[in-house]
Design a protein around this ligand. Structure first.
Ligand code: B12
Ligand code: SF4
Ligand code: SF4
Length: 380
């Protein structure tokens, strides 16, 4: 039996701790997660506060790089599992591979990032973590657990790195040796003292392909992102119009962006098709959607009927139509004879009739930029 060198919650209450806490070996948890729950990677780290991650996040916030993502403005909590579960001893991190081959996307279709092709991963990972929690409860009663998949404010990559799942790439994603960066993360914070895994070593070396490939220069330095420039932020998180500066480079990306992952040599070598049945069997948005279909979604009810259970519920109808208008503008500017006749009538309809006033403005501005391509507008 190994012993913990520290027990974070006890340490903070009684600094001169003398009795070591016996550590539970992680093998049974690992085996159950992999064999019974289809978890691709699992690791454990101590529930100690991550001071370095807190410092990085504070710097990121102080520089305003998070834009409208106000929910990140709690760095002390995001880096301290004790604040999410008093008495926490360990963080169990799971990773699910979500890679799939991407077919070519025609310009009159909006491209969807891989994580959003099927069911909302929060639901999928939460279900897996609930089953894992049941297993923990059956083996070790009288302990507390808290599940996190974006839902609780935890800086997930930082704890996944500590738990040996992978290393931070220059594109700011967490890269695993087994699957590359196409992995989604979820955690159980627990009062169980479990043997931690060693941190994995890994490095980008001299590679900087992601930094060069990013169409909006969102990767400002290795491991540093100005989220306000990232297409994922612009299409999913921001509620504002897509700034003119980024509208052309966003091309036909309407929900997230995978470019800095697609160019990554780790993904080229190690990405493999996903196997988890809950991600594999569902396809709600798919890899792309005809812009005419999105621009025809006139009501929130239509939107819900089409995208319920998908990550596309996050930008809501307003956000996805804003993105589709931007993509439509780009398609028309590429080949107006080909794409104008099918898209302009729908843009006109939005400009005149849409229930959302900001969409009416974006559509009207787009129409004037189509008529007068040299004029600027919020979407071009
Ligand atoms: C906010 C957020 C975003 C923002 C900001 C992205 C970002 N890079 O953080 C936006 C909207 C842009 C975004 C985009 C995406 N996201 Co996101 N996002 C989050 C969220 C909710 C919080 C992340 C956060 O706090 N970021 C703020 C910054 C400060 O954190 P950070 O990158 O971890 O910064 C660290 C580095 O600077 C780092 N660092 C560590 N060592 C070193 C060393 C050096 C030298 C340096 C300089 C820095 C450094 O320290 C900082 C703190 O730990 C997490 C879920 C969660 N609750 O954690 C998902 C999460 C990070 N996203 C995820 C995914 C899948 C995506 C997308 C791939 C989706 C898509 N296809 O569009 C893209 C990827 C874009 C990219 N290149 O990162 C996954 C990532 C999985 C993985 N393998 O890494 C997560 C973990 C969700 C999940 N549960 O799986 N996302
Ligand atoms: S997700 Fe796209 S926009 Fe964001 S950093 Fe990566 S390449 Fe750049
Ligand atoms: S593309 Fe190169 S620099 Fe970027 S994350 Fe991958 S290995 Fe690192």
């Amino acid at each position: 039996m190994r012993f913990a060198l520290f027990a974070p919650h006890i340490k903070s209450l009684h600094p001169p701790l003398t009795t070591p806490i016996p550590l539970i070996p992680s093998q049974a948890i690992r085996d159950h997660a992999r064999r019974e729950l289809g978890v691709d990677l699992i690791g454990v780290c101590s529930a100690e506060k991550n001071l370095q991650a807190e410092k990085y996040l504070e710097e990121f916030l102080a520089a305003g790089l998070h834009g409208e993502m106000k929910y990140l403005e709690n760095p002390a909590m995001r880096t301290d599992p004790q604040q999410l579960l008093p008495g926490a001893q360990s963080v169990i991190v799971i990773a699910i591979n979500y890679y799939r081959e991407k077919p070519e996307t025609p310009p009159d279709h909006g491209r969807i990032a891989r994580y959003a092709w099927g069911r909302d991963y929060h639901k999928v990972l939460r279900k897996i973590l609930k089953q894992l929690q049941k297993f923990l409860e059956s083996r070790w009663p009288d302990h507390q657990h808290r599940i996190c998949v974006d839902s609780a404010p935890l800086l997930e990559k930082a704890f996944a790195e500590q738990a040996g799942i992978g290393f931070y790439g220059k594109n700011t994603t967490l890269i695993s040796q087994e699957f590359g960066s196409y992995i989604l993360l979820g955690e159980i914070i627990t009062t169980l003292p479990i043997t931690p895994d060693p941190k994995r070593t890994g490095t980008c070396g001299s590679c900087a392909r992601c930094i060069t490939a990013c169409p909006t220069q969102a990767l400002t330095a290795p491991g540093r992102m100005d989220a306000r420039r990232c297409i994922s932020y612009l299409t999913l998180e921001s509620r504002s119009a897509i700034p003119e500066e980024f509208s052309e480079s966003t091309v036909n990306l309407i929900a997230g962006c995978d470019i800095c992952q697609e160019v990554c040599p780790y993904n080229k070598s190690f990405a493999k098709p996903l196997t988890h049945p809950d991600l594999a069997t569902t396809e709600i948005a798919g890899d792309s959607i005809a812009l005419t279909e999105i621009l025809s979604l006139r009501s929130d009810e239509d939107y819900l009927a089409r995208f319920a259970g998908s990550p596309l519920m996050r930008p809501k109808r307003r956000g996805l139509i804003r993105n589709a208008l931007n993509a439509a503008g780009n398609a028309i500017h590429t080949d107006s004879d080909k794409y104008g006749p099918m898209l302009i009538p729908l843009i006109t309809q939005i400009a005149h009739e849409d229930s959302n006033p900001s969409l009416r403005v974006i559509a009207a501005d787009l129409l004037s930029s189509i008529k007068n391509p040299s004029a600027s507008s919020p979407t071009r």
